[in-house]
Design a protein around this ligand. Structure first.
Ligand SMILES: NC(=O)C1=CN([C@@H]2O[C@H](COP(=O)(O)OP(=O)(O)OC[C@H]3O[C@@H](n4cnc5c(N)ncnc54)[C@H](O)[C@@H]3O)[C@@H](O)[C@H]2O)C=CC1
Ligand SMILES: O=C(O)CCC(=O)C(=O)O
Length: 444
């Protein structure tokens, strides 16, 4: 059996009931097959892949808190410190009822390669909890965040592990967690990113993932003789990534016609009103059913359906496995020519293969959504030097980073005879730097 197949089989056997983690490992190792086979003896002797797929450390802990009725609630918290070969662990905290160890491990594993691709010194990690902030009062969210950080603060620090936001964790949650960290550890340091601007946050971090997605998409189109201006775009999701992807797509001259949330989706033929979405989601924390009040000519549909709408470019920005094989078929049939992932692993392996086989330009999440974590690393730099850069400075650095990622993934694919396969290219470029650092640091 080849080394790749052997390690995939071990991951499945040793981590039962973690399908998302299996999927992430399979997707990465399959696309690295050529690179691994070229070094198979050395990698096998050093157990390089076994070390790569096993987190350096993982924590699972109880998070008790008191709800508004005086009832004690108990959630489970996680932090997986996956790989620190190139820098302190870095990656967000997801607060969603679906969170379990397998989901945090898939996200942490992806983060290793994504963070490497940014070219900045950050290792891979991820955390979160099955707590659902939806429908909770501010006091309940604070009670949860304080309890969560009371345990998490033992394992993190500005030079060891720096968490940030993800699904369900925005500015409000980061603020509560930062306050509790400072209170317990007595340290005013950049232990979290995505902080508010009044206490160490970076300008442009809020916009960074969505903006970065569009900078990379624009560059990928340019490399392939196409342009973004004048194109029709379908976006899924209506959270942080989706909102700023929509805003930047419109600034660059494209028309965004859809957005969604976990219960339904909107179609607006005249182009999504992003100010309305921001008010509904960021201010009122409400459902997309509200959108019709702002745009009476728009349509609201229950359930899934975004990928059946005719578009040139699709940007999945909600969650994992939200773009399935049938969706890929519908996109191709409707003339879509590019897909770039704003979310982490939103496209299933079968859907990705179908899109690639049909000539769609496909930018994987670990490259396309890396602008968020890259700007988090810029926030860490500003915190270390106790300075704040202007929006324009941060945005210019972000653009530069995304253009570099785009060329690096294209070049890496070409070097291994897989020109245009950006999934393989992103994995190879991310992997090479991590492996180099792991080899230099001995068997650890
Ligand atoms: N926030 C960030 O800086 C980064 C986020 N990501 C990824 O982007 C994706 C979105 O994250 P954020 O926008 O930060 O989260 P968010 O909490 O701000 O928004 C999540 C959005 O996805 C929708 N959603 C969640 N579960 C869904 C489901 N099962 N079906 C349909 N819609 C669903 C929500 O309704 C919401 O609109 C996630 O995959 C996250 O891991 C990736 C890189 C950085
Ligand atoms: O900004 C960060 O540190 C993490 C962002 C994140 O969780 C991600 O890239 O998926």
């Amino acid at each position: 059996m080849s080394y790749v197949d052997e390690v995939i089989a071990k991951v499945v056997a040793q981590n039962p009931a973690e399908p998302e983690f299996h999927q992430a490992v399979k997707e990465v190792l399959e696309s690295l097959r050529t690179v691994i086979e070229a070094n198979e003896d050395k990698f096998r002797k050093d157990a390089l892949l076994e070390r790569l797929v096993n987190p350096e450390r993982q924590f699972k802990f109880r998070v008790p808190w008191v709800d508004d009725k005086g009832q004690v609630q108990v959630n489970t918290g996680y932090r997986v410190q996956f790989n620190s070969a190139i820098g302190p662990y870095k990656g967000g905290l997801r607060l969603h009822p679906s969170v379990n160890l397998g989901i945090i491990k898939f996200l942490g594993f992806e983060q290793i390669f994504k963070n490497s691709l940014t070219g900045l010194p950050i290792g891979g990690g991820k955390g979160g909890s099955d707590f659902d902030p939806k429908g909770k009062s501010d006091r309940e969210v604070m009670a949860f965040c304080q309890s969560f950080m009371t345990e998490l603060c033992k394992y993190i620090g500005a030079d060891t592990d720096v968490p940030a936001g993800d699904i369900g964790t925005g500015a409000r949650e980061i603020g509560f967690m930062f306050g509790q960290y400072k209170r317990i550890r007595g340290l005013y340091e950049g232990v979290l990113t995505g902080k508010g601007l009044s206490y160490g946050g970076s300008l442009a971090r809020t916009e960074a993932t969505g903006y970065g997605l569009l900078y990379l998409t624009q560059e990928m189109l340019k490399m392939n003789g196409k342009e973004l201006a004048g194109k029709t775009v379908c976006i899924s999701g209506s959270g942080n990534v989706a909102i700023y992807a929509c805003q930047k797509a419109q600034q660059l001259g494209a028309k965004v016609v859809t957005m969604s949330d976990s219960t339904g989706w909107v179609y607006d033929a005249e182009g999504i009103d992003v100010a309305a979405i921001k008010e509904i989601k960021e201010v009122n924390r409400a459902r997309l059913t509200e959108y019709k009040k702002y745009r009476p000519n728009s349509e609201y549909h229950e359930g899934r359906g975004v990928w059946n709408v005719k578009c040139d470019i699709a940007l999945p920005c909600a969650t994992q496995n939200e773009l399935l094989l049938d969706d890929a078929k519908a996109l191709v049939a409707n003339g879509c020519f590019a897909v770039a992932e704003g979310a982490n692993m939103p496209t299933t392996i079968e859907a990705t293969e179908y899109l690639q086989a049909n000539g769609i330009l496909f930018a994987p999440g670990k490259a396309a959504n890396a602008g968020g974590v890259a700007t988090s690393a810029l926030e860490m730099s500003q915190n270390s030097e106790r300075l704040s850069w202007t929006f324009e400075e941060v945005d210019a650095k972000l653009q530069n980073i995304m253009v570099n990622i785009c060329h690096n993934m294209a070049d890496a694919a070409e070097r291994y005879g897989m020109a245009g396969n950006y999934v393989a290219g992103a994995n190879i470029a991310g992997f090479e730097k991590v492996v180099d650092a792991m080899n230099a640091q001995g068997i650890v």
